[in-house]
Design a protein around this ligand. Sequence first.
Ligand code: MG
Length: 243
Amino acid sequence: MFANAEIDAICIDLDNTLWPIDEVIERAERITFDWLADHYPRVTSKHDMESLRRVGRRVAGRLPQLRHDLSHLRRLAFLEVAKECGYGTELADRAFEVFFAARCEVSCFADVEPALSRLAAAYPLLALTNGNACLDRCGVAGYFVGCVYARDVGAAKPGGEIFAAAARQLGVSPAVILHVGDDPVADVGGAAAAGMQTVWLNRSGQPWQLSECAPNGQARDFDELLQLLGVAATDAAGSASVD
Ligand SMILES: [Mg+2]
């Protein structure tokens, strides 16, 4: 599909594209709750996990201008809880670090790392995320030339700023960048509006539902992405297949 298209670089979303995120966040919140019970017990005598989530949603709802900075919002929620329960502000930084360490304990989908290895040999790969995953802690930094975070740009996908920042960092025109991601609006819609080529990573085989735009290609997983790009896949023994 892309065999004749000029692609000089690839941007790749992180959460739900390289790894599933919902259960990671759930586990990180559980670990943080248990840590709070040990270190700041007035918090967990007043709150359960769901009421702590409600504090987070309340803070996020009050500060929509910070929706691109999930780390900041979570720290602010911890600050609010600290104040409410009569603890010092250091609770927020300590609790956030416990949460963040667990939030970065991700497990890539099985097809991801072999494919990233092949792709990184053929293209500069730039991560592009609305989230706060640390590439290094997540164990994938070696495949990427860098990561553009919505919090650093000051705006989240699907806004154009983050895609423009990615093109600047890569030093190429958006037209020769392929963006790959799972979110139809944030990834496909945003990147297409910014002038990039797009592949929708559609692991669950959903029908495309947006009438205002469409991806240039769809892939069920990273093996299919390699096929779309004409990049040789890697067999189970680790050697490149030749066809
Ligand atoms: Mg995603």
